[in-house]
Each structure stands twice: as C-alpha cells, then as structure tokens.
Design a protein around this ligand. Structure first.
Ligand SMILES: Cc1cc2nc3c(=O)[nH]c(=O)nc-3n(C[C@H](O)[C@H](O)[C@H](O)COP(=O)(O)OP(=O)(O)OC[C@H]3O[C@@H](n4cnc5c(N)ncnc54)[C@H](O)[C@@H]3O)c2cc1C
Length: 391
C-alpha cells in the first residue's frame, strides 16, 4: 500500500498543503488554482481513485482506496483535487453500476474526466431525511417525459453543477421501498431553481455549497430514469453504503492530522513551568485519541475488506460511521483545546476542520439511525436464538 500512497502524499505535500489557505478563500484565484491542481493531478495519473479503470478511474478496490483516502482526506480540498469528491464520487459509482450505455456516455464520461460536477438531490426540508420513505417530490409520467415537482435541500455542490440525480416518488401506491426512482436531471432544465443555504456560517462556492433546489414542472425524457422504475431505494443503498465508508476514510486523514498538530503543539507550548505535553490531562487526550483513531482505522479497513469480498457489510458500515463521526469531532476538539485561542483562528486548519466535522454526525444518516441499524441486526440474531459475532 505504501507504493500506492506515496505519490498522493508527495502531491499533497508539494501542491495541496502549500495552497490550503488560498483554496479556503474560495475566490476567483482559488477557482483558478483548483483547475490548475486538478490538471496536474490528472496528468500524474492521480485521478478518480474511487472508480475502476473500466469506468475511467484509477481505482484498485475499496481497501486500496481506504489507504489512499487517509492521505487525500488530510485536507478538505484533497478530494476535489483528485476528482473523488462527494457527491460526484457516489454519483459516478451508481452511474457505473446502473447507467445505460447512453447515460454513461452523456453523464459519467464528463464527470470522470473532471469536466462536470453533479449533485444528489434526496433530502427535503419538510420531512425527515433519516426516514426517506416519506419523501414528497414526485415524478409523473407524461408520454415520453417525466415531470418533476418538489422541494429539496442539502443538495451539496448543486451550484455550478451540470446535472443532478433526483430521488422522486414515481409509484405512490407501490410497497414503501418501491415507491421511488432516481432520475437524471440536467441542471439547466427550465423549472429548476438553486439557492445556496449557508451552513455553520459558510455560504460556500460551487462545489462547497449546500443548496436548496426547487423543481417546478421540470421535464426530462423517460430515458433519464436510472435503473428500473421503483429502484430508488435499492440504488440509494448501493450509493450510501460505500459513500459512508468514503467519508470515514477521509475523516481518518482529518483525525490523524489534528492528532499530529495536537502532539507537536503540546511539545512546543509551555505553561505553568513546563510544556503542555507534561500535563496529565493533555497526555490523556493524546492517549485516548491514539486509541480511538486506531480503532476507527481498523474498523474502516475491516469494512473495506469485506466490501471488496462482495459483502454488503451493513453492520460494519453503520458501526464505523457513527463511531468515527464521534471520534472525528472529539479529536479535533481536543486539538483545538490544546492550541488555546490559536486553535480558533485560521492560522491552523483546525477551526475549518471542526466546522466541517460536525455535519459528519448527521449526513448520510444521523448517529442515532446507524446505532439503530447495528442494534436491530444484532438483536435479530439473538431473537432467533443465535449469537452475534463479527466474522
Ligand atoms: C453537510 C451536509 C451535507 C449533505 N449533503 C446532502 C446531499 O448532497 N444530498 C442529500 O440529499 N442530502 C444531503 N444531506 C442531508 C442529510 O443526509 C440529512 O440531513 C440526514 O439524512 C438527516 O435528515 P434530516 O436533516 O431531515 O433530519 P431528520 O430526519 O429530521 O432527523 C433529525 C434528528 O432526529 C434524530 N433521529 C432521527 N431518526 C431517529 C431514530 N430512528 N432514533 C433516534 N433519533 C432519531 C436524529 O438525532 C436526527 O439528527 C446533507 C447534510 C449535511 C449536514
């Protein structure tokens, strides 16, 4: 794995960290830098590592990607530079798995080439996103078109995207999990309105936005249906499972970086007659963080290995999603505390990391829902008279 990771690490050190502050400004200069860095990464073959070569990527399976992402995830801009950013990564994966040849050519090709971006439009403000069986956006068939009406939000990256994948009710009377479908919608279709909603005080720009999107009589050809009618949940499950692991892999990079900053600063900063590293509270934070990060790493590698073996790894994915989201928040918080006031400034990446980390306990399923999934599956085994153990 070292061979795979080394060029990504070298690229991050040479081109991403030195430009981190400039990228975070999200102005015209940052937009120009993103284009330049993406061009360089692509030219060096460090590109779309989440997708296999037959889909246009450079991926070598989930386990390898887990190792790479620990490097890429250390800076929030890394995923964009290497064209494996959410939600495009997940959208690319489902287009590869479920798209027709025509859909792949029109949507997947430009996405993997880095010429376009996309968004995933599922969550709605009026109903629970954690329980998406109640989503209200509809797509009604009118001869050879779908007519979409609805109100979404948290459609991340919708500003400036070329297309979205919209989850909509197509068969209202079907069984709960067969009521919805996923439909490809060009972002410039008449009837779409996109507005960025500031999150944690951050409006974002382009890729980093979280948008409210309204669909009013939006018409797309019937051929824009992804998979079969009623496949919405099946495809969402295929997308969200691996997507959750992608997040956790990147969070490992964030945790590790916060941890390194905490340790270095604890050694260098002095208070009350000696370095912070000699205070037992700080030592406890360092030891607890080391244990928590390693536990997350091993849980992630275990889930990635099982996915590579063809296992859905539902328990493993939910387990590491809620566990790692907590650890991510705690480690960054401890690192900020060790840095004192400096930790709240933009002179370290910690404050920006902290603001991003909080959403991890909510997106792709809140902590409470993943705990529910894990405990339900375990209890089901016990109720059937079996014990539950990890294989
Ligand atoms: C940064 C960010 C990016 C996002 N990007 C996207 C995107 O690109 N596309 C998209 O479609 N969505 C996106 N989302 C939306 C996200 O997936 C939803 O916010 C999430 O699924 C929760 O839905 P909700 O916000 O409606 O909360 P609700 O479903 O209303 O839940 C509110 C709270 O209720 C509690 N709760 C819910 N169910 C249970 C339960 N069974 N047991 C105990 N407690 C429970 C939890 O504490 C939960 O946080 C994003 C969200 C964030 C924060």
């Amino acid at each position: 794995m070292e061979d795979l990771k080394a060029p990504y690490r070298a690229f991050m050190e040479a081109h991403v960290y030195p430009n981190e502050a400039a990228l975070a400004r999200e102005d015209d200069e940052a937009a120009r830098l993103v284009v330049e860095l993406r061009g360089r990464a692509k030219a060096e073959g460090l590109w779309a590592p989440h997708l296999p070569p037959e889909a246009g990527g450079t991926g070598r399976g989930f386990l390898a990607y887990a190792h790479l992402n620990e490097e890429i995830g250390r800076c929030v801009w890394g995923q964009l530079v290497f064209n494996c950013q959410a939600p495009d990564a997940g959208n690319g994966e489902i287009l590869h798995l479920f798209g027709t040849e025509e859909q792949k050519e029109r949507w997947l090709g430009p996405l993997v080439a880095g010429d376009t971006r996309s968004f995933f439009s599922m969550t709605e403000p009026e109903v629970s996103g954690a329980d998406p069986t109640g989503l209200r956006t509809t797509a009604v068939r009118d001869s050879d078109e779908w007519v979409i009406d609805g109100h979404k939000w948290f459609s991340s990256g919708a500003e400036g995207a070329a297309f979205g994948i919209v989850m909509a009710v197509t068969s209202p009377d079907a069984e709960r999990h067969r009521r919805m479908s996923q439909i490809l919608v060009p972002a410039d279709s008449p009837g779409i309105e996109v507005t960025s909603v500031p999150v944690m005080g951050h409006r974002g720009r382009g890729w980093s936005t979280h948008c409210e999107v309204t669909y009013t009589g939006v018409r797309v050809p019937v051929g824009n249906l992804l998979g079969e009618e009623g496949d919405g949940f099946r495809i969402a499950q295929k997308r969200l499972g691996p997507g959750r692991i992608h997040h956790v892999m990147r969070w490992l990079g964030q945790m590790q970086r916060a941890f390194e900053l905490m340790c270095s600063y604890a050694l260098e900063r002095e208070a009350f007659g000696g370095p912070l590293a000699e205070k037992q509270t700080v030592q406890n934070w360092i030891a607890d963080s080391a244990a928590d990060i390693q536990a997350c790493r091993l849980l992630t590698l275990d889930a990635a290995h099982k996915i590579d073996q063809g296992d859905e790894a539902r328990v493993e994915i939910s387990l590491v999603k809620f566990f790692a989201a907590r650890v991510l928040n705690e480690v960054i918080d401890r690192a900020i505390q060790v840095h004192g006031g400096l930790g709240l400034t933009d002179r370290t990446p910690l404050a920006a990391m902290w603001a991003m980390a909080r959403g991890g306990r909510i997106y792709d399923g809140p902590d409470e829902v993943h705990r529910m999934v894990v405990s339900r599956r375990i209890l089901k085994e016990f109720a059937a008279g079996r014990k539950w153990t990890f294989s």
